[in-house]
Design a protein around this ligand. Sequence first.
Ligand code: KG4
Ligand code: ZN
Length: 338
Amino acid sequence: MAIIILAIESSCDETSASVIKDGKVLNNVVATQSVHQEYGGVVPELASRAHQQSIVPVVDKAMKEAGVLSSELSAIAFTRGPGLLGALLVGTSFAKSMALALDIPLIDVNHMQAHILAHFIDDPKPKFPFICLTVSGGHTQLVLVKDYTNLEVIGQTKDDAVGEAFDKAAKMLGLTYPGGPLIDKYAKLGDPTKFEFPNTSMPGLDYSFSGIKTAILYFLRDELKKDPDFIKNNINDLAASIQFALIKMLMNKLKRAAREHNIKEIAIAGGVSANSGLRKALENMKEEKRWNVYVPDFQYCTDNAGMIAIAAHFKYLAKEFVGLEVGPMARMPIGVKS
Ligand code: KG4
Ligand code: ZN
């Protein structure tokens, strides 16, 4: 009998549902919340309400598009964490109710693990062990992936996530939330060497992005005193220089991790892996370091239920189910067993 799983993602500001059949993701329906734009960041309470409004139509669309009846489902999967508690609660409660009503197993998925396992949706797939640089709005991690469920964090940010640094820098430039994609857009037209921002590094394989954020803030403040139109006149070069500095920091530690662990299978995952500068930097490593690089399809970079579905498929095969007493976890370390 076919293994058919409905997966739900609701950890931040995307409500998403996906149906997977025998390990093949059939679809990936995503409703992005626009309500946060005017606030310059995700407002947790508004996110929860928007999830409540979207979850039924999004799940309905995924099921109809896949041509699957609820009676055919083998299991229901959901993002348990990490994420915004209220937002996670919507997906968790929905999944639990559906599993209870259909009397089928329930599968909890770690969002960060799912970002990494998104590499197993399509070909080419990385070979174990590989290193994944996971870069999102809430996380920046270097993960040694030994198996689908055996993952070890070998480095991570001690303060802001790199996506947050992109978004905060964009906000300083007067761009709307989420600013990462806009920095990427303007950076394509600018000179990355025009302005220099500090490499605020940590010892070992850890990251820190709060220092560079402050440096950008002070730099802009000083320049605006001299020329009130400084940002307007230099937006492309500013975006390119900021992006260049952030990517350099990401790549330095990634190269170090690859060297220390003697691994040439390198992947990136998470929202910031959609960044064209990072993709290019990684692409260059194919030649320079003879790395085999893996970059996910755009739709599987930012938050989506397709990645929850593939992670759930592996858990289904391992019979890793949870009971109805399960609750969401705002903080959920990677590799934690239920
Ligand atoms: O993984 P994700 O969708 O959500 C979280 O789990 O956080 O990542 C969202 C982050 C945001 O900070 C957004 O600005 C950033 O990914 N992002 C980008 C790009 N696309 C999304 N950052 C830089 N360049 C992009 N093209
Ligand atoms: Zn994410």
